[in-house]
Write a protein that binds this ligand. Structure first.
Ligand code: CTP
Length: 402
């Protein structure tokens, strides 16, 4: 039986060419056993007739905010209360902007504003409209408020162009919605992830850094989101797009990362320190660019503060997970870090080899906690992250049930 069976889905259809695909989507939702009510914007009615949705959903289609008969039958508040979930598909750039602004000039906007249930949005628009900073900003803002974005996908578009902006296919939307009704292992939990390298300034143009790409940390953030957690990502400088749903705090130096993470840690249930934080930083930062001379240059470095140790010694410390990047003696060094830093769990990986570790797509981890160890064999960083999130949530639950 589908997880959508008997779920009450309010499908909002806005005015884009993909509105015709919402007919197939309605059919698939009904076939999965869902109860579907459709709300159409005025523009959507220029693409598809309401009668099509009425026939496919088996329910009257809701069109007007100020229709008195409609209001008495099922107004915007009752529609919002009726639904287990609201799905906007297709969602135009215009509707996303309205949703962000909280406009209620049409029935669908008013329903969304009154909703206390999850809202999923499947964007559909021309690729330039999607990549426009205004739309990107709207998408990030909606995601940060907990509205889930499904897609868009990449490919050929009705306008003849090609790129990101296609609405996901109805089957993909249904699959994503099914996942939504599964209680993830971290549902209701808050997770703080640090990721990427840090940059330690030498002078205005030079810095010390390391080979971390941030891929493992970003994969951990995404896996935690997929497991149902609300995620804050403190990121050093990397060339990656963060997960849409994560709240992102960008930092540069080890000192900035320390301040951000330690400041946020006690507001989270779990802290996962994947960042490759510099252990040393120049004792002074030259105000002017350092000029070259014949003699060798000596830069005096001082120690940075250890973020994990600081988090693990907070009075209301979160469940604290560290990483260990080692070129040898992996298990003994990792155990030393687990105990020395007062961690709940440590995930160790071998670095400095062709496969796995820094700046690669794959990783293998040896995970250790007080009372257990587990090997996660070489796999994509995404797969490893999913497995590690499951281990973390099992141990987090075990710790909190005792
Ligand atoms: N770490 C940290 N703060 C630092 C340095 C490291 O929180 N100033 C964290 C990293 O985020 C990682 C863990 O410590 O989770 C281990 O980092 P790693 O570089 O392997 O070890 P170090 O503790 O720096 O020790 P060493 O470099 O001697 O191996």
């Amino acid at each position: 039986m589908s997880r959508l069976a008997e779920k009450r889905i309010l499908l909002g259809v806005t005015g884009g060419i993909a509105a015709y695909k919402a007919c197939g989507l309605t059919r698939q939702l009904i076939q999965a056993g869902a109860c579907v009510r459709v709300v159409m914007t005025r523009a959507a009615q220029s693409f598809v007739a309401p009668l099509s949705f009425q026939a496919l959903s088996g329910n009257p289609v809701h069109l007007d905010l100020l229709d008195t008969a409609e209001e008495s039958a099922m107004g915007h508040i009752r529609l919002a209360r009726w639904a287990d979930l609201i799905l906007i598909a297709p969602a135009t750039a215009d509707f996303m902007a309205k949703l962000r602004a909280g406009l209620a000039d049409e029935l669908l906007g008013a329903v969304c504003l009154a909703a206390e249930v999850p809202i999923l949005v499947a964007p559909s628009m021309n690729r330039a409209m999607w990549s426009n900073p205004a739309t990107q900003d709207n998408a990030s803002c909606l995601a940060a408020r907990g509205i889930r974005l499904l897609g868009p996908a990449e490919g050929g578009q009705a306008c003849g162009e090609s790129g990101y902006g296609r609405m996901l296919e109805p089957a993909e939307i249904c699959r994503a919605m099914e996942k939504f009704f599964v209680q993830g292992s971290l549902a209701g939990r808050t997770v703080l992830v640090s990721a990427g390298p840090t940059r330690e300034a030498i002078d205005p143009v030079r810095y010390l850094t390391n080979r971390s790409s941030g891929k493992m940390g970003y994969a951990m953030a995404q896996a935690a989101i997929d497991a149902g957690a609300k995620v804050t990502l403190v990121s050093g400088p990397v060339a990656l797009d963060p997960p849409m749903e994560a709240q992102v705090v960008r930092v540069e130096s080890a000192a900035e990362m320390f301040k951000a993470v330690v400041g946020l840690a006690t507001r989270h249930d779990i802290y996962i320190g994947t960042a490759a934080v510099a252990d040393y930083t120049p004792a002074t930062v030259a105000e002017e660019k350092i000029k070259k001379h014949e003699a060798a240059l000596v830069i005096r470095l001082t120690r940075t503060r250890d973020i994990l140790t600081a988090v693990a010694s907070l009075p209301n410390k979160p469940f604290t997970v560290g990483f260990a990047a080692e070129t040898g003696n992996l298990e003994s060094y990792a155990r030393e870090k687990l105990e020395g830093k007062g961690l709940d769990m440590i995930a160790a990986n071998r670095v400095g080899q062709a496969q796995g570790g820094f700046d690669t797509h794959e990783n293998a981890l040896w995970v250790c906690w007080n009372g257990g160890v587990k090997n996660l064999p070489m796999a994509s960083k995404q797969d490893i992250a999913i497995q590690l999130i499951e281990l973390i949530s099992e141990n987090y639950r075990a710790k909190n049930s005792t």
